[in-house]
Design a protein around this ligand. Sequence first.
Ligand SMILES: [Zn+2]
Length: 273
Amino acid sequence: MNTQQQTDAAVAVPAEPLCWICKKNKADSGEHKTKRSDLLAVLGKVSQKQPFFYSDTKRKNHVVGSLDAKILKSPVRICAHCNNARTQPHDRAWERMSDRLRSRRLMIGRWVRCNRIFGYFTKREMLAVHMYFLKLFGCMIAEAKANGHEVPIDLDVFSNAIMSGRPHPEVHLQFGRYDLGIGRSDLHCWKTEPGGSVLGGWLYQLEPIAVSVLYVQAGKFEERRDLWHPHSRTSAKRFLVADFMYSKRALADVPEQSASGLGGEAGEGGQGL
Ligand SMILES: [Zn+2]
């Protein structure tokens, strides 16, 4: 190959993207947007003859005939090591928590002690659940940025949290009851007025439950008791069951709440990505 050909090749072939978590290996692994075990648990066997409906950012009620369908995987990738070995304890922790949440009758507005979900190693397991949603959230941010959207959330902090095993100080979770199917909401970002603090959020939807995953820029809502965080002073050992019963609300003709669960407080100037 002469110099000219080498130059052409360098121009024609874009650099292969690196895994956003370790920033070392090539990104060669797709992460499920909704955990495969969650889909299997709520849907049972799925086939072309017994399809189900999946909704995400781009498509609502997309007919899916396989749990390995492309639409179920995040297009922006991480490396196989990060997706498997590094984050496997996180996946397992969520798998167990998801199972526990779906198998009990959650009462909206009631507190659930985390040791009722994990009888042993409660703190460690709940931290792993936090880490699982950091992986999903990071993949969404990476995807939005790759698609040219301005997302005012620093992906490096997500990477550092997963690599170090320490929680992301600005990512909070809400667990609640949900009644509108299976899928993933848009990522929404807001800036508060006044103050200009960044808020971002999306909903992991797995009827009959959902998890609201929230980015809350430091200095604002840390002490909200209804947001769960591993280091929260008020809500580290328990969480409040949130109300994501949107179809019931629509019937009652109540104005639609933000999918983030922050409701009106964060709704000003909302912008979908
Ligand atoms: Zn990696």
